[in-house]
Design a protein around this ligand. Structure first.
Ligand code: HEM
Length: 238
């Protein structure tokens, strides 16, 4: 997915292609063409393996019984944490591209967004299995009864929509502008995830971690807002 608003089909892809050509031209050294690591297929393979580490860590912990006294709670919570972390990492790609001057980073945004979806599916399935024994009636009642679960479910449904339209064929079918508009829903998803987390921790009066995520998400969305306002300003002065 470009679960990834500012992604687009995508300006970054164009700049990546341009930079690829430039790099190819400049990286001929002694007759050997060298591609920078970020542009090599191996970079995607490495990132894929890294993104799976939390999954394997939880899988191993469940198998080896090292997840503490309540393994079900540990799995549900850790998969929720990783969903929020991957949403933040996906949103961080655009600012990082700009600050580092490395347009090639855009190549990884779709994979990162899809990993956010992977972890929210794991979060939902582990809740449905370990908390609710796959009792559909109980799950629906819980979603209606507990507002923090309702908010999380809204986030999950939006993420499913973005994941389903994250492929090149969907971009073609929808048209770049409509696709980009839809994928801006990642901002709402990040806020829903944060609200879900806040609501859950409010019951325990424990806001330390929530505050950290809130600051990160505020910075990432603030950066986009500033950029959008600057573009708007530039447009009106012309
Ligand atoms: C955008 C979607 C979602 C995000 C970002 C998210 C994130 C989180 C986070 C960060 C936590 C707290 C983990 C901790 O305490 O360290 C959490 C807990 C939890 N979430 Fe989600 N979640 C999402 C969707 C859902 C959905 C769809 C459900 C179920 C229908 C769900 C059910 C739960 C439950 C049951 C807990 C644990 C509550 C507890 O242990 O008391 N979440 N989630």
């Amino acid at each position: 997915m470009n679960l990834m608003a500012s992604a687009g089909p995508d300006p970054s892809q164009r700049s990546t292609n341009n930079s690829t050509a430039a790099v190819r031209a400049s990286a001929v050294d002694g007759g050997i063409k060298r591609k920078p690591f970020l542009l090599r297929p191996a970079a995607k393979v490495l990132l894929f393996a890294l993104c799976l580490l939390p999954f394997w860590w939880l899988f191993y912990g469940a198998w080896a019984n090292t997840l503490g006294p309540n393994p079900a709670e540990a799995i549900i919570r850790a998969s929720g944490d990783w969903t929020l972390r991957f949403l933040c990492i996906t949103l961080a790609v655009s600012p990082l591209r700009q600050w580092t001057g490395m347009p090639a980073l855009a190549r990884f945004r779709r994979m990162l967004g899809l990993f956010a979806f992977f972890y929210v599916v794991m979060h939902f399935l582990s809740y449905s299995w370990l908390d609710q024994s796959f009792d559909i009636g109980a799950i629906v009642r819980d979603i209606i009864k507990r507002p923090f679960i309702l908010v999380g479910t809204a986030g999950l449904l939006l993420m499913a929509l973005l994941a389903a339209t994250s492929f090149n064929r969907a971009i073609k079918a929808m048209g770049a502008a409509r696709w980009q508009m839809l994928h801006r829903a990642i901002y709402a998803i990040a806020l829903l995830g944060l609200l879900h987390f806040f609501w859950m921790r409010a019951a325990k009066n424990d806001f330390a971690e929530v505050t950290v995520y809130a600051a990160v998400i505020a910075a990432l969305l603030g950066w986009r807002m500033k950029r959008a306002l600057a573009k708007l300003g530039a447009g009106t002065t012309i």
